[in-house]
Ligand binder design. Structure first.
Ligand code: GUN
Length: 282
């Protein structure tokens, strides 16, 4: 039976540390660290994520500024708002919740965020710094949280075979870069990968970021592996990961639950990015 990696507990600890920094910032500068949260349209999952992020701001003594635009807002409307926030001295971090409506181009919008205010680490400059191994850029929150979850097991990453299933800009690509930076041997699998289980069965560290409920089954997992489940699949019976937890837990060495694994860490890392960004920009 695998050991459970408790993301909720680790996130609480990190948010406690972030709050200390945020209180020091307020005492020194006479204003709170500010995070602007932009949501366009009414995607129900985005509404939940945004609510959790705003709640975490309150817990960490960070001022949140919410901007909820209608789903029929134009790309120009979204960009105009970002430009305003880039120039607002009360705003240290900007977050545009994804996905955006179809008529708004994600890449164009994210490129408008000032890189030093990019709380999500999605700007091309910050993504580039991550891939080149340059310090000082903000790193995408979910991948950053995943590394902390793996480190919390006290198992070394260096020299391990890490297999990432999924190649999104938000999770798959940046977690592959971070694992590589931590000296893992990294394989990235995706929807066109043939014989997927040949790769996953050889993974010491398996990161599942597929978006399909119970996609990773017990026969695909190496005994003793560290299994990180990034899946957030909602249906009528609740929230489910990408990993068939009930069966994989008997094979893996360590495993994250859903909920209570990666999700809370994403939020904690967002706050950490925001407060670190605010401190280094002052
Ligand atoms: N949509 C899914 N995950 C994320 C995330 O980490 N940040 C933002 N902004 N949108 C998301």
């Amino acid at each position: 039976m695998a050991e459970l990696i408790d993301g909720k507990k680790l996130a609480l600890k990190i948010k406690g540390e972030v709050r200390v920094y945020a209180e020091k910032f307020e005492k020194t500068l006479g204003r709170k660290v500010g995070l602007a949260v932009v949501k366009v349209g009414d995607d129900p999952a985005s509404a939940i994520y945004v609510r959790n992020k705003v709640k975490a701001c309150d817990e960490c003594n960070v001022q949140s500024f919410t901007y909820f635009l209608n789903g029929d807002s134009s790309q120009a409307d979204v960009i105009a708002l970002i430009k305003k926030l880039n120039n607002d001295n009360a705003v240290d971090g900007i977050l545009v919740q994804l996905p955006l409506p179809k008529h708004v181009d994600e890449r164009t919008v994210l490129a408008e965020i000032a890189p030093q205010k990019d709380a999500d680490g999605f700007h091309v400059v910050n993504a580039g710094k991550l891939f080149l191994g340059e310090s000082g850029g903000s790193v995408a929150c979910t991948p950053r949280g995943i590394i902390e979850l793996i480190k919390s097991t006290d198992q070394p990453i260096a020299g391990k075979h890490a297999v990432v299933v999924g190649r999104s800009n938000i999770v798959g690509k940046p977690i592959a870069a971070l694992l590589l930076q931590n000296d893992a041997t990294v394989t990235v699998c995706h929807s066109k990968t043939k014989n997927l289980s040949d790769f996953t069965k050889n993974a010491d560290i398996l990161v599942a970021a597929v978006g399909k409920k119970n996609f990773i089954t017990a026969d695909m997992v190496k005994p003793g592996a560290i299994v990180i489940d990034v899946g957030m699949n909602r249906d009528e019976s609740g929230l489910h990961g990408d990993v068939d937890f009930d069966n994989v837990k008997d094979v893996a060495g360590y495993i994250t639950p859903v909920p209570g694994g990666v999700g809370p860490m994403t939020v904690a890392m967002l706050l950490l990015n925001t407060v670190c960004g605010a401190t280094s920009n002052e």
